[in-house]
Design a protein around this ligand. Structure first.
Ligand SMILES: Nc1ncnc2c1ncn2[C@@H]1O[C@H](COP(=O)(O)OP(=O)(O)OP(=O)(O)O)[C@@H](O)[C@H]1O
Ligand SMILES: [Mg+2]
Length: 357
């Protein structure tokens, strides 16, 4: 609501002085000639001004003259004549022997019926400490981000060293079984290393799944697929972005399921395809690894769950998801679904998914 002009100047003046006197925020009451009529106690205390020296003093003479800021004088004059507004105007108050203060000023012309007796109410907010704290916080955040990136680079490098040591060991060992285990361990480390790489490149700690899964599958494919003309590994990932924690779990699940498909689904150089999918809608998402290989062994003895199954189960629980393994006919499809309504794909989805690979 626009302020209504007050008809009697004395009433307005007394009212303005009462406001200034009772204000805990630094306030000044000045007239159109920029002479002080009153100042709040808080103002005098904050800027070390003797309250007795205030009445009728020109603003430019206040204190040791530090309030004589030419631009401010011009602006206040313009405000008094109704041609400008002082809103959020920042000045540096410079006093000899004391640290500078950053002030934010607002001036309001008090509406009068009598145009000759102009009054300006000026609020003075000292934001020096707040600005220093803000800058400190910004600097700290920047330092933290730099440190975090540095750490991620180092972790990614260390993981690659571990992975290459595992690979060298795999080349040296005689036993085929031990070699297989070392290859798997190498792939598991590489999947985390690949995530670290993505994290180091992202500023906010969120991971875009498409580039991450692309890099992950390229790395698994490069080390585990001998003949790319016979076996393909492709991805169908939407533009989802997840937290670093979630993407570590998703990446490790993909690693286990893809290694399983590569190890078990295509014996005797069988041709085929593996497709990794991830689609989300709001908080709901589905991760899938679908192959068109030989499918789950029918005899229980051959389908003995190993480390891979426990890793996938544990990580799915962590992600609050549900695992559904379906016969793809041919092949096998694993769906990990996170859904508020826990809608789990049925066998038809797997058959359809397999038509797509
Ligand atoms: N895509 C698949 N196609 C056919 N069989 C599979 C597939 N995935 C898993 N299996 C079967 O399920 C079994 C259990 O898998 P799991 O990952 O738990 O253990 P593993 O791969 O044998 O060993 P580990 O994961 O410890 O290296 C496998 O041994 C295999 O017989
Ligand atoms: Mg496995």
């Amino acid at each position: 609501m626009a302020p209504q002009p007050i008809s009697h100047p004395d009433v307005a003046l007394n009212l303005a002085l009462a406001v200034v006197a009772s204000s805990t925020a630094p306030l000044l009451l000045i007239n159109g000639d920029l002479r002080l009529i009153g100042a709040s106690k808080s103002f005098c205390r904050a800027f070390e001004i003797d309250p007795a020296s205030v009445p009728d003093k020109a603003l430019r003479e206040l204190g040791a003259g530090e309030w004589n800021v030419p631009q401010l004088n011009v602006l206040l004059k313009a405000t008094a004549s109704g041609h400008a507004e002082v809103e959020g105007y920042e000045i540096d108050l410079r006093r000899t022997g004391k640290p500078d203060r950053r002030l934010v000023l607002n001036a309001q012309k008090l509406a009068y019926a009598d145009e000759d007796s102009v009054l300006l109410l000026v609020s003075v907010l000292d934001v020096t400490d707040a600005r220093i704290a803000e800058k400190l916080k910004d600097d700290l955040l920047r330092d933290k981000a730099v440190l975090l990136q540095e750490l991620q680079h180092r972790v990614a490098n260390s993981l690659q060293i571990i992975a290459s040591v595992l690979m060298q060991s795999a080349r040296k060992v005689q036993s085929e079984e031990a070699r297989g285990h070392l290859h798997d361990a190498h792939q598991r480390v590489m999947s985390v290393a690949s995530l670290q790489h993505q994290l180091a490149a992202s500023a906010v700690g969120n991971v875009e799944l498409r580039p991450y899964f692309t890099a992950l599958c390229e790395s698994i494919g490069a080390s585990m697929i001998r003949d790319h003309t016979k076996l393909s590994l492709s991805i169908d990932i939407d533009g989802s972005v997840t937290s670093a924690d979630e993407s570590v779990s998703l990446g490790l699940i993909v690693t286990e399921l893809v290694i399983n498909a590569l190890k078990h689904a295509f014996p005797n150089d069988r041709r085929g395809a593996i497709k990794v999918g991830y689609h989300s809608q709001g908080p709901n998402w589905t991760l899938s690894v679908v192959d068109n290989g030989v499918g789950m062994p029918k005899d229980i003895a051959n389908a003995k769950p190993g480390l891979g199954t426990s890793i996938v189960q544990a990580l799915t629980v962590q992600l609050r998801g549900v695992i559904k393994v379906v016969d793809g006919n041919p092949g096998m499809a694993v769906f990990i679904t996170h859904s508020h309504l826990a809608v789990v794909p049925n066998a038809n989805d797997a058959v359809q998914a397999n038509r797509a690979v």
